[in-house]
Design a protein around this ligand. Structure first.
Ligand code: SAH
Ligand code: SF4
Ligand code: F3S
Length: 486
C-alpha cells in the first residue's frame, strides 16, 4: 500500500542539477533510481528486489515503511527474504541483544553476498549513531555498502544513488538535526491501519537509556502536517491510526504557538473515516488531566494506555531520572482507572538497574499487584555505553536479577490472566487484522483495549471492525465468535 503523493517522477529532468530544497531534491534522486532500476531490470530480464528488515520499536518500523515507500517508487519489488538485490537493516540499540541480533544476521548476509556479488547491503537506524558500531562494521563487516543514521533517513534515495556510483562503503551519519522533511513516499504494512510520527527524538534522558543520544533532541511535527497526513490515510482506507513519539505527552510544547497532545487528539478525532486512535508512549511524569478528560469523552481513542513504570521503587526511579515517585504513579493510575473504568493499562519494567536490591524489586511487584496491569514487558537492564547509568557503581549480581525477574514475571502473568478473565462472555468490537498463521480459518482481531481475539471468519472481513463474543480466555488472548444480530 504505497502513498507516493502523486508525483510524476518520470517527468523530472535528470540532466538538470539536483534541486537544493527538500523534498524536491529527493524526488530528483528517486527519479534517478527509477532509471537505474529500469535499466538493470531490462539487462537482467527480471525485476530488482529489495528487502527491508526492522529490528526496533514502532518508530523504527514506521521508518522502515518510509524506506520501503522510496524503494517501491524507485521500482524495486519488495520481498520478505534477504536473498535480494538490495538488503537494508533498520537497526535498534536500546538493549545489547538488539545489537547482537544485527551482527548475527550480518554474518548470514555475508554468505549470501559471496554467492551473489552484485548484491548491495545497507545499514541504518539507531545503532548506526554509535561511533563504536561504525568502527566495528568498517573493520569486521567490510562488505557493507552503505551506512546512514536516524537523522538523514529522508536522504535515502540520494544515498542509494551515491552508493551505486561508489566502489567503497558510503558512510553518512549526522550528529543531530532540527530538520523534518515532509511529503516523501511511504508504504504501509497494513492497508487499514498506520503509525504516524507526531514527534521525533527525546529530551528525557532517563539515566539507563540510549534513545536521546541516537535519536537526538525532541522535535514536534506541525499539527497541520499531521492532520493532513491522517486525512490522506483516511481517504486511502485507513481506519486505525497510532500516533507515535518517545513521549507523546510532551508533544507540541516547543511549537510556536504551543499545542497540547490532548488538543491534537481532539482534532484527529474529528477526521471522518478514522474509527480508532491509539498512541505510544506516554510518560507518567507529564500525563495531563486534559488528556484523561479527552480519552474519557472520546468515541475513537482506544481503551488502552501504555504507561511505562520501569521500577516501583522511588529510590531507583530517582536514580533512573524518571521524575515521579511510586506514590505519584499509583495516584495517577487510580485517577485513570476511576475516570475510564474499561481501560487496559500496560507497562515496561527494567530489572537489574545499578544498585537495585531484592527489596526494590519487591516494590515493583507491589505496584504490579496494585495497578493490575493487562500486560507488562519486562526487560533485564542492559548497560549502554555513554549513558549515566553505565558508570554507576553496584552493577547487580546475576542471582538477584534472575530471582527478581522470575518472581516479577510470574506476578505479571498471574495478574494479566485475572484481568483478561474479566472479559469472558462480553461482546466487543474487534478490528480484523490478519488471518491466523496456524489456522487459516481464523481471523486475528484486536479489541480496543489491545487484547487479541481469534475467531472464525473469511478474509473478506479483514480491515473491518466486527462485534465478537469472547468465549474462551487463554491468558493473553481469547477465542471468540462473530456476534450475530448486531
Ligand atoms: N520512550 C519510551 C521507551 C522507549 S524504549 C518510554 O519512555 O517509555 C522501550 C523500553 O525499553 C523502555 O520503556 C525500557 O523499559 C526499556 N529500556 C530502555 N533502555 C533500556 C536498557 N538500557 N536496558 C533495559 N531496558 C531498557
Ligand atoms: Fe528513553 Fe526515557 Fe526517552 Fe523513553 S523517555 S526514550 S526511556 S530517555
Ligand atoms: Fe530501538 Fe531506536 Fe526504537 S534504539 S527502541 S529503534 S528508538
Amino acid at each position: 500500500m504505497i502513498m507516493d503523493k502523486g508525483i510524476d517522477f518520470d517527468r523530472i529532468d535528470l540532466n538538470s542539477q539536483p534541486p537544493a530544497a527538500e523534498p524536491w531534491r529527493q524526488y530528483y534522486f528517486i527519479a534517478g533510481l527509477r532509471k537505474y532500476v529500469k535499466e538493470e531490470s531490462e539487462r537482467m530480464g527480471r525485476r530488482l528486489t529489495a528487502n527491508v528488515t526492522t529490528f526496533g520499536c514502532q518508530m523504527n518500523a514506521r521508518d522502515s515503511e518510509k524506506l520501503s515507500g522510496i524503494l517501491e517508487c524507485a521500482g524495486y519489488l519488495l520481498t520478505e527474504t534477504e536473498e535480494a538485490d538490495l538488503v537494508i537493516y533498520n537497526t535498534c540499540t536500546v538493549r545489547d541483544n538488539a545489537n547482537q541480533r544485527v551482527y548475527g544476521r550480518l554474518g548470514h548476509i555475508n554468505s549470501i553476498k559471496k554467492k551473489n556479488p552484485h548484491m548491495k547491503v545497507a545499514l541504518c537506524g539507531c545503532m548506526m549513531q554509535e561511533e563504536s558500531v561504525i568502527e566495528k562494521i568498517t573493520k569486521s563487516y567490510r562488505f557493507v555498502d552503505l551506512i546512514f543514521g536516524t537523522h538523514n533517513i529522508f536522504q535515502f534515495a540520494e544515498l542509494l544513488c551515491t552508493m551505486f556510483e561508489s566502489d567503497r562503503t558510503v558512510i553518512n551519519i549526522w550528529k543531530d538535526t532540527d530538520q523534518i522533511v515532509e511529503d516523501l513516499p511511504t508504504d504501509r504494512k497494513y492497508p487499514f491501519k498506520s503509525g504516524i510520527n507526531i514527534m521525533f527524538g527525546c529530551n528525557n534522558f532517563c539515566s539507563y537509556c540510549i534513545v536521546p543520544y541516537v535519536r537526538g533532541r525532541e522535535r514536534s511535527r506541525d499539527p497541520e502536517d499531521i492532520l493532513k497526513e491522517i486525512e490522506a490515510l483516511a481517504a486511502d482506507g485507513v481506519v486505525e491510526i497510532m500516533l507515535l513519539g518517545q513521549n507523546v505527552n510532551s508533544y507540541g510544547k516547543n511549537l510556536i504557538p504551543p499545542v497540547s497532545f490532548a488538543k491534537l487528539l481532539r482534532k484527529a478525532e474529528e477526521i471522518d473515516g478514522i474509527e480508532r486512535i491509539r498512541f505510544m508512549t506516554s510518560h507518567p511524569k507529564d500525563l495531563s488531566e486534559e488528556l484523561i478528560e479527552v480519552m474519557k469523552q472520546s468515541k475513537k481513542i482506544c481503551r488502552h494506555l501504555h504507561l511505562p513504570l520501569q521500577s516501583g521503587s522511588t529510590r531507583i526511579l530517582q536514580a533512573m531520572n524518571r521524575r515521579y515517585t511510586k506514590e505519584q504513579y499509583l495516584d495517577l493510575v487510580g485517577k485513570i482507572r476511576k475516570e475510564i473504568p474499561d481501560i487496559a493499562i500496560t507497562t515496561d519494567i527494567i530489572v537489574g538497574f545499578p544498585g537495585e536490591t531484592m527489596d526494590d524489586i519487591e516494590e515493583t511487584i507491589d505496584v504490579v499487584k496494585k495497578v493490575r496491569y493487562e500486560n507488562a514487558f519486562t526487560f533485564i537492564y542492559s548497560k549502554r555505553t555513554g549513558t549515566p547509568a553505565a558508570s554507576m557503581p553496584d552493577q547487580v549480581p546475576s542471582e538477584v536479577i534472575k530471582q527478581g525477574f522470575d518472581k516479577l514475571l510470574s506476578t505479571v502473568q498471574e495478574v494479566a490472566k485475572e484481568r483478561a478473565a474479566l472479559l469472558r462472555g462480553k461482546v466487543l468490537p474487534a478490528l480484523a487484522e490478519e488471518m491466523n498463521d496456524q489456522d487459516g480459518t481464523l481471523i486475528t482481531g484486536r479489541l480496543s483495549n489491545n487484547m487479541i481475539v481469534h475467531f472464525p471468519g473469511s478474509p473478506s472481513l479483514l480491515g473491518k471492525i466486527i462485534h465478537v463474543r469472547l468465549k474462551e480466555c487463554h491468558g493473553f488472548y481469547y477465542l471468540g465468535e462473530i456476534a450475530e444480530g448486531l
